[in-house]
Design a protein around this ligand. Sequence first.
Ligand SMILES: Cc1ncc(COP(=O)(O)O)c(C=O)c1O
Length: 466
Amino acid sequence: MSRSAHPAGPRHADVLPEGRSVASAAPPADLNTLDPKVWAQTVTRDSQGVVTVGGIDVKALAEEHGTPAYIVDETDFRARARAWRTAFGHDADVFYAGKAFLSRAIVRWLHEEGLNLDVCSGGELATALSAGMPADRIAFHGNNKSTEEIHRAITAGVGRIVLDSFQEIVRVAHIAESLGKRQRVQIRITVGVEAHTHEFIATAHEDQKFGIPLAGGQAAEAVRRALRLDGLELIGIHSHIGSQIFDMSGFEVAAHRVVGLLKDIRDEHGVELPEIDLGGGLGIAYTSDDDPREPHEIAKALTEIVSRECDSAKLRTPRISVEPGRAIVGPTAFTLYEVGTIKPLDGLRTYVSVDGGMSDNIRTALYDAEYSVALVSRTSDAAPMLARVVGKHCESGDIVVKDAFLPADLAPGDLIAVPATGAYCRSMASNYNHVLRPPVVAVNDGASRVIVRRETEEDLLRLDVG
Ligand SMILES: Cc1ncc(COP(=O)(O)O)c(C=O)c1O
């Protein structure tokens, strides 16, 4: 079957082995339309049909910076950061989760927009400090911080360390005391809630490497120990319940349980801890089927939940903090690829190979994540074909977009883009097959600039010391 003879139609449902939703769904009426839900704010098509971002067209970006490349819309990033900051106001703190994607430019934008930063390794801490984020606006996370990392964080004066185990309580206290300091800390607890997208499971989900379980009184015991140590100033309790969450009911259960612990602490120690951190995990639109909430709705919901719980426990409402990563950076970027080999498989689908793959986006292989894709270097009136966008790696699981419709006249040399790749793509990128990691290019107001440069073969060889 030729590519053009592989149109959308009722056959798709029975030819797709996995039977994923897109297979049975009708193809979009118009493949040229860009759903603003999944694309960065300034993305549009120009009069020639070429997609532009920040006023620059993708052909010019590809020519100047090569492909694949992550293209970040700075205007959109700043607007989203500001929206989170404004939504939570002055009585709460927004810590951007650096694990989603961190670079010095990102740190500067966050600083300028009034956000704080959550880091979880010495490398992220170094990046934050080197770009001028004030240390007291940094939270240090991690389930296995090294002694050296703890030492460095305390010496730098980080605003808080989030304690993740009984051993760490003692370790951080000891290092702080040896430095003649009293470190502000939170204790990360697991509240028995796991939330993903539209579901949450409120059973014992303590079987994980993060945090100290609330169950069995372990969190209460951790608090007891932390309160006894001179090197620590316990300022609050931390809970993070999942990722890509749309439904707020998981937070409701988590807040109920965290506030229950705060009440127990008050009753036992006569201390009302001043802060509560509800973590990150808020969802974004990867495809048109996703309907994320706006930051102001999330802020309102979380604030109301915590106030209600505190009122009924007769506690002063603590200062809330949140740690969105994906919800800020995710939608602000897309990955620009050049189409290479196109392989139609009769009765199945068409494999569209791009010049990157699982080394620049591991999420599809790792989490079965769903993405959208569009032809961006031109428009097309050709019939939709069911495609799978795959990379160039020696691995059959090297899939970028599992099932998507692309125009049947797609040809080698066309540019396609995968939106919503700002989070957990560059930050999880690898050198598998010694493929070079793509650059991150920031676009703003008609100008583009590289904020993380493309890796070179010299970079690879420099590390390989023979
Ligand atoms: C403690 C903590 N905070 C924040 C985040 C950020 O999550 P997201 O990027 O989904 O908002 C994570 C993600 O794993 C996390 O573990």
